[in-house]
Design a protein around this ligand. Structure first.
Ligand code: SF4
Ligand code: SF4
Length: 264
């Protein structure tokens, strides 16, 4: 990053719940230190003041799910030196990608009082399906410590130090009793990237993989284990499709078990 002037940072929202942008604001005290090293040029959730591009770093939250968003992400790409996506929606489509596997009109009529006003694509897809992305931070929402690590790494021109091991490692470090083994819960911890501190198993809840696939996940083996534990094919397809349905490692399992669900 050039030393002679502050790099310009922009934060953009696409289809999402805003949770990852709130994680940026949740940095609070650290934000002051960051703001001293960056020019926050565009971040509508934090300030009405905006500066024109080009931008050095664009942080993008949300998935592409409307025709207008396709054009907007292309404009942002051409106006940004580095694009970082944050969260499951941006990396994988997120919850709204549930419509990718059904007729979108089934969802529109359930969610909106007047569906005829809605103009939406048939799919909600990751940002990387439309433009090249330099780095993707996983999570729903992202981990604030990982975000700070990433921003500092970009400022210092080094590789971010984000763990690629599984949630199970965090779970074991907490001394939890495994709920997959002891309670037959459909826990995706073994194939999910660390970052949340294994918060769900810590409170006796199953992991639905919101931090996305870890590096080299063996989703096939975990799905077989869930089958042995008595879960139906439909249940297994659903658990792999909850938060990160378009990530290849989870998508293939979802598709395989969805096709097999007639044999439940
Ligand atoms: S409870 Fe889940 S995250 Fe924890 S060790 Fe068991 S499988 Fe892994
Ligand atoms: S335990 Fe799983 S579902 Fe819960 S926050 Fe962590 S990654 Fe997400």
């Amino acid at each position: 990053m050039p030393r002679h002037k502050k790099p310009k940072l922009a934060v953009w929202k696409f289809t999402s719940c805003d949770g990852c942008q709130l994680s940026i604001l949740d940095c609070e005290e650290e934000l002051l230190a960051i703001a001293s090293r960056l020019e926050i040029a565009y971040f509508l959730e934090a300030s009405k003041r905006t500066m024109r591009g080009p931008y050095d770093i664009s942080i993008v939250e949300g998935s592409v799910s409307t025709p207008e968003e396709i054009k907007r992400i292309q404009d942002i790409r051409s106006n940004s030196r580095i694009i970082v996506t944050v969260g499951a929606c941006a990396a994988s489509g997120g919850i709204q990608a549930l419509k990718n596997f059904r007729d979108k009109n089934d969802f529109l009529s359930l969610v909106y009082a007047t569906p005829s006003y809605i103009c939406t694509l048939d799919t909600a897809l990751p940002i990387s399906r439309y433009v090249p992305v330099n780095f993707a931070l996983q999570g729903c929402p992202i981990n604030k410590g990982q975000l700070l690590n990433l921003i500092c790494a970009l400022l210092e021109g080094r590789t971010p130090n984000i763990p690629t091991y599984s949630v199970c490692v965090e779970c074991k470090l907490k001394g939890n009793i495994c709920i997959l083994v002891s309670k037959n819960a459909p826990c995706l911890g073994p194939v999910t990237q660390a970052g949340c501190g294994a918060i769900c198993p810590t409170y006796n809840r199953a992991c639905y993989g919101c931090f996305g696939p870890k590096e080299t996940p063996n989703a096939t083996a975990l799905a077989s284990e869930l089958k042995t534990c008595g879960f139906s094919n439909a249940d297994i397809a659903r658990v792999f499709r909850t938060f990160n349905p378009t990530r290849e490692e989870f998508y293939q399992i979802g598709r395989q078990y969805e096709r097999s669900k007639k044999s439940d």
